[in-house]
Design a protein around this ligand. Structure first.
Ligand code: ZN
Length: 363
């Protein structure tokens, strides 16, 4: 343990020195804060799932072009350990990626001593950015939750949904809500509706209701699962991550065209790997990459005003253990300030760099 602590201490020192160096360098040049920030998080999308998806893309799909994320000019790596474990869960990792602070496994938007941590989404909202939080799993799950909730445990879905309703964010999307009140008096849908959200059930309802101001896009109820369907299961009426991402960008361009922040999570990558279905997981990585293309197309039209950051919260080994592991997470970026994400860093550095680039104070 002593050795581990020393190693951690050293790694923190190295990461901090590297971060200070790049921040000073960037400050010298000076940049304009990007108006549009996209944060793509592949849950469980460590280097191996990315590598295997690229092998599939090249060999089976015979695509001579690499996955889009691999074509981004800034490539780095991130350590993912949590405050109390060398191997993180998605709550601690999500908190690190959303707030820039380590916490214990299971805790969401809170430090180990239960003080509330501030997500970059909240800070950006205070500065006039529209906010969208979308995922291929439940919208009250750990990774999306880290951007709006503060709970001692990730399974506390009722308070998580209350925080979602209170957030004022313009767009949420995911499979299914789980956070009704424990007494059964209030379900999650009414909680959100009372706070001004319009709930849209699946792709077929999207066209009819998409002009609402604040949206929660959920899956078609015929798909009886908290997650959207895996690509390999090709359920015809299910949402897909590319559909969610396209809908999200369309909505944000309509309601908050001057500036917005979008977080897209590929949560089904992790769930396929937990099920030891790497063949399904590979397709989820490819679907995540297709979703990324919508952000990239947006970037091509707004190059000087857009930043896209892609990373993973941790690796999930779908081939052997079906469990999380401590490998470095890949980090890939393009656009305003993207060079900051090159090289070795800790996962907490990623939101701190986004803050720096967006010219908001570090918290
Ligand atoms: Zn997991």
């Amino acid at each position: 343990m002593r050795h581990l602590c020393l190693t951690r201490h050293l790694m923190n020192r190295i990461a901090l020195t590297a971060l200070t160096f790049v921040l000073i360098t960037l400050n010298t040049y000076g940049i304009k804060a990007p108006k549009y920030i996209f944060y793509f998080i592949g849950d469980g999308m460590g280097l191996k799932p990315v590598q295997m998806a690229q092998a599939y893309n090249h060999t089976v799909l015979a695509n001579s072009e690499p996955l889009l994320m691999l074509q981004f000019p800034a490539i780095g790596y991130a350590t993912t350990f949590s405050a109390n474990q060398p191997i993180t869960d998605s709550a601690a990792a999500g908190t690190a990626l959303a707030t820039g602070h380590k916490t214990n496994n299971g805790m969401l938007g809170m430090a180990p001593d239960s003080t509330h941590l501030t997500s970059i989404a909240v800070q950006l909202k205070q500065r006039g950015y529209g906010i969208a939080i979308a995922t291929s799993v439940a919208p009250d799950d750990a990774t999306p939750g880290a951007f709006y909730a503060h709970v001692p445990h990730r399974s506390q879905f009722y308070p998580i949904t209350q925080h979602m309703a209170q957030s004022g964010y313009e767009f949420f999307a995911g499979g299914r809500l789980r956070g009704g009140s424990p007494t059964g008096k209030q379900d999650a849908r009414s909680l959100l509706c009372e706070s001004g959200y319009t709930i849209i059930d699946g792709p077929t309802e999207w066209e009819q209701k998409k002009t609402a101001e604040k949206i929660v896009l959920l899956n078609d109820p015929r798909h009886d699962n908290d997650d959207i369907a895996f690509v390999v299961d090709s359920v015809p009426y299910s949402l897909t991550l590319p559909f969610i991402t396209r809908a999200c960008i369309e909505h944000m361009q309509r309601v908050t065209p001057h500036k917005f922040f979008v977080m897209i999570e590929g949560g089904t990558i992790d769930h396929a790997m937990h099920n030891k279905r790497p063949e399904a997981g590979i397709q989820e990585v490819i679907s995540f990459d297709h979703a990324l293309r919508y952000a990239y197309d947006f970037y091509l039209k707004h190059k000087d005003e857009t930043l896209i950051v892609v990373t993973a919260d941790h690796n999930t080994d779908g081939w052997h253990t079906g469990k999380h592991s401590a490998e470095f997470a890949p980090v890939m970026a393009i656009g305003v300030g993207s060079e900051l994400f090159q090289g070795f860093q800790d996962n907490t550095d990623i939101p701190r760099k986004i803050r720096y680039i967006a010219k908001i104070e570090d918290k």
